[in-house]
Design a protein around this ligand. Structure first.
Ligand SMILES: Cc1cc2nc3c(=O)[nH]c(=O)nc-3n(C[C@H](O)[C@H](O)[C@H](O)COP(=O)(O)OP(=O)(O)OC[C@H]3O[C@@H](n4cnc5c(N)ncnc54)[C@H](O)[C@@H]3O)c2cc1C
Length: 482
């Protein structure tokens, strides 16, 4: 009898864990990642020429031992085929299951190899990218997302500037500040928009529940220690509300914000800096899940059951795609997803342990959202001329006028009228912001969970693909109509 085939898309903590669990449960596993190395965002690292990692690599990471163990399993397991530099660029629904289109080869290189996969089961572990709210001047060179700064620091040992301000919301700001310090930057200050009251509500409620996240205390302590050693101020209830400079950022305005994140008049001050790293949370990479017709929740995550099974037949999901809970949650969810996708035994002891870890992480995710979740008052730091869609240079005033003129909060009509979200990033950066600014709603894609804030996550081509690659696409039978 042929073995069950499982494809896992994404080799971050969730995908690595899913691949190992699926192989352990007896399936033939193909693990794909668009990156040229495994590890995802959490374990993004510097690959040395000829393979191997730098001796100082573990100092940039938490759980490096967990990573190397997972990496070694997926690289050597006889039932795991690992493909890096393998970009899934489309997903089609079939009568039974799904078909994945993959291009294998250096990113954006010509002549990449085509691969078409029709697995018995699919685990989506495509992660998230960071979300940055716009502010006047955020388009200036020198302003980056905190995620970009972190990726450069971890993978290239490059700091985005000499005198850096880190701002936004969420504990992610701490590892970013830490990595910048390690790469030699001077971090001037970290500004967390969450107020002391919302921090207390999120992290202080039901203290006993925090015991489940005890492993995080060491990680947190490490960051706090690093910041203290370098005398970096960490300020709650503050936001960067503007950046200025001649050709690149030279200074930022920092203001105190209230519980709704509206700047408090009279609290503004100027900080001279040559780089600003800003992130206000994460937004999941939903394209493949939407193409598979997975139900999406009103807060834009893939809806899964206890087995991490989505509403789409034969499709499981794990990690940041299903909620923002950090790497520990991603590992646990990946385990559960991979095991069930491979039809593993329901009474497996490892499964039970992973499910318990997942339950503990769910509490952490709820606290994260309660403390640091984006509050609506941020829109009051926008001016009419603040760019919202940077690709098409559409400002906040134009967007509001377009929504008013069309008399509609329908995202499609706002996009077509203003061109917001139609540029190269295809609304990955501005999509949620535009939707929130114009109050757009639409039925949740593929699901029955009611109306959700509209976000243009339907991208039949997940990433830009060369016409030459499309021209050499191998013939396959037609897929179901979407
Ligand atoms: C830029 C960035 C940096 C981060 N750094 C940290 C950090 O230092 N510390 C921390 O605690 N948290 C960090 N996070 C949060 C972190 O993402 C999670 O805690 C954790 O990595 C989530 O694991 P995951 O497996 O769900 O997703 P990820 O780790 O994001 O892995 C998803 C993987 O899927 C791959 N992928 C996506 N789409 C496709 C496709 N179509 N085809 C093929 N492959 C695909 C990606 O290349 C990626 O490797 C970071 C997040 C971001 C966005």
């Amino acid at each position: 009898m042929s073995r069950r085939t499982v494809v896992v898309v994404g080799a971050g903590p969730a995908g690595l864990s899913a691949a190992r669990a699926a192989a352990r449960a007896g399936a033939d596993v193909t693990l794909l990642d668009a990156s040229d190395q495994v590890g995802g965002q959490f374990w993004r690292h510097r690959a040395l020429p000829g393979g191997g990692t730098a001796p100082d690599e573990p100092t940039f990471h938490h759980g490096w031992g967990t990573f190397t163990a997972l990496r070694d399993v997926v690289a050597t397991h006889p039932r795991v085929t690992l493909l890096t530099s393998a970009q899934v660029w489309a997903l089609e629904r079939l009568d039974a299951g799904v078909r994945l289109r993959v291009l294998v080869g250096p990113a954006d290189g010509a002549g990449r190899e085509h691969l078409t996969l029709t697995p018995d089961a699919l685990v989506l572990a495509t992660g998230a990218h960071d979300r940055t709210l716009p502010f006047p001047g955020w388009q200036l060179p020198g302003v980056t997302t905190a995620g970009a700064a972190q990726a450069l620091a971890k993978a290239e040992r490059v700091a985005v500037g000499d005198r850096v301000v880190v701002a936004g919301a969420g504990p992610f700001l701490l590892p970013v500040a830490s990595s910048l310090l390690r790469t030699g930057a001077r971090v001037l200050s970290v500004h967390e928009a969450a107020t002391p009251a919302s921090m207390a509500r999120g992290w202080g409620a039901r203290p006993a529940g925090l015991l489940g996240a005890a492993h995080k205390a060491g990680e947190l302590g490490g960051y706090v220690g690093t910041l203290a050693r370098h005398r970096v101020a960490y300020r709650l209830g503050e936001a960067v509300v503007a950046a200025r400079g001649d050709g690149r950022v030279e200074e930022v305005t920092v203001a105190r914000v209230d519980a709704r994140w509206s700047p408090v008049p009279g609290t503004e001050r100027t900080v001279a800096a040559d780089a600003v790293c800003v992130s206000h949370g994460f937004t999941p990479r939903l394209e493949l899940a939407v193409a598979a017709a997975c139900a999406i929740s009103p807060d834009r995550f893939v809806v899964v059951d206890d087995e991490q099974r989505t509403s789409a037949a034969g499709v499981w999901a794990a990690g940041e795609l299903t909620g923002i809970g950090g790497a520990e949650a991603a590992l646990a969810e990946g385990w559960v997803a991979g095991h069930h996708a491979a039809s593993g035994a329901p009474d497996d002891a490892g499964l039970a342990r992973a499910a318990r870890r997942r339950a503990r992480s769910a509490d952490f995710a709820r606290r994260l959202d309660a403390a640091h979740g984006i509050r609506g008052g941020w829109t009051s730091w926008l001016r009419d001329d603040t760019l919202v869609c940077r690709c098409e240079e559409v400002d906040a005033g134009t967007l509001r006028a377009a929504a008013c003129a069309t008399g509609s909060a329908d995202l499609r009509s706002v996009r077509l009228t203003s061109r917001a979200g139609l540029g190269p990033c295809q609304a990955r950066i501005c999509g949620r912001t535009v939707a929130e600014l114009v109050g757009a709603t639409e039925p949740a894609p593929g699901g029955d969970t009611g109306s959700a804030p509209a976000v243009p996550d339907r991208r039949p081509l997940v990433v830009p693909v060369r016409l030459g690659d499309l021209a050499t696409l191998p013939d396959v039978p037609a897929a179901d109509a979407p």
